[in-house]
Write a protein that binds this ligand. Structure first.
Ligand code: TRP
Length: 346
């Protein structure tokens, strides 16, 4: 069996970083026909671990993330989209896995470390937040996932999950399935910078291009993008490394798009070469990037608008998806309880 489980925290609309970092790959994998089961989870319980005081934010973003999924081409006929907290078996598994992980091991998790710093949790870390890597191992193992397509920042979570699987299987006998991470192959897609050139796109920095942005907003954002600050005049040589306009082109553009939108160049290497030599202005490249992005985002925007007019159907998809997910996770939970010899009435 080949099974995919992946998901996102519903704390905001999804942006093009999510798209090239993971969503696009999920859709490709979904349509490859290689997978027997696909589960896409809206991780509301995990979102609450650092938004405990803002449940309305989490609630409101469930529908936004669901719309973004459907807009990108996640097909409810092929994939089960569900809400994490509607699957109580996940929390029970987490309780059992907690006994197999040490505090110091979670403290070493680089993603957790970075998040603690980012959220100023150093002085007092909520226990629920601290345990979320363990809960994420429950998400993955409950569905017997063999493959987890996610962004690069999730690598430490997958490592932690594998350790829990090994520990569980060695203590209680072969029960859980070890997952593989699937990362995008294109390096530019691993970490798409913000339009201001900062390393990460984030809502609080206001440097994201959202999948739900209008065509005008996308254009405005692209034309305002940070480039090489030393490339002052067209004739000056420019730098492509660390220049977000080129990173976006690395992530998005194809040779066919050069033929269509910028036929003076055959491919991105030629364009880069001209920029580095001097004589190529930023506006021209940004106009090209805008066309490339619009071509990718237009069908997503159209599909989103279609689903926005069918909100009750979207909730039906989430509801029936959550039922399917609950049944699957309960099966794994029964296996876990049996392995742990706490299946008293069987
Ligand atoms: N941690 C992921 C995020 O920040 C969401 C998530 C929760 C997840 N559980 C998961 C991803 C299991 C993959 C597998 O968006």
């Amino acid at each position: 069996m080949k099974i995919i489980l992946t998901g996102d925290r519903p704390t905001g609309k999804l942006h093009v970083g999510h798209y090239v970092g993971s969503l696009k790959e999920r859709v490709r994998l979904q349509n490859s026909g290689e997978f027997d089961e696909i589960y896409i989870m809206i991780a509301d319980a995990q979102a609450l671990t650092d938004n405990a005081e803002h449940p309305e934010k989490v609630r409101n973003n469930i529908i936004e993330v669901a719309l973004d999924y459907l807009a990108c081409g996640i097909d409810p006929e092929k994939a089960t989209i569900f809400i994490q907290s509607m699957v109580p078996a996940l929390t029970e598994l987490t309780t059992y896995y907690m006994n197999l992980v040490t505090v110091s091991r979670v403290q070493r998790n680089p993603t957790v470390k970075a998040e603690i710093q980012m959220r100023n949790f150093e002085a007092s870390i909520p226990v629920g937040f601290f345990c979320y890597p363990i809960s994420q191992a429950s998400d993955i193992t409950a569905f017997r996932a063999t493959d987890v397509p996610v962004g690069e920042d999730q690598l430490p979570m997958l490592e932690q999950c594998k350790e829990i699987v090994h520990k569980f299987n060695s203590v209680y006998g072969e029960t859980l399935t070890e997952p593989n991470i699937i990362l995008p192959k294109n390096a530019a897609c691993l970490r798409l910078p913000g339009i201001d050139g900062k390393a990460k796109m984030s809502k609080s920095l206001g440097n994201c291009i959202y999948l739900s942005d209008s065509a005008e907003d996308v254009q405005k954002k692209v034309m305002s993008m940070f480039t090489d600050p030393n490339h002052l005049r067209v004739q000056d040589p420019g730098k492509v490394e660390g220049n977000p306009v080129f990173t976006y082109l690395d992530a998005f553009c194809t040779d066919e798009q050069f033929a269509e939108f910028l036929p003076e160049y055959k491919c991105l290497d030629e364009l880069k070469e001209h920029y580095q030599r001097g004589g190529l202005g930023d506006v021209k490249i940004k106009k090209f990037l805008n066309k490339v992005l619009q071509a990718e985002l237009a069908p997503i925007r159209e599909r989103r608008a279609m689903w926005e007019s069918r909100i009750p159907d979207v909730y039906d998809i989430l509801k029936s998806g959550s039922e399917v997910a609950r049944a699957k996770a309960n099966e794994t939970l029964a296996d876990v309880r049996r392995a742990m010899k706490i299946n008293y009435f069987e």
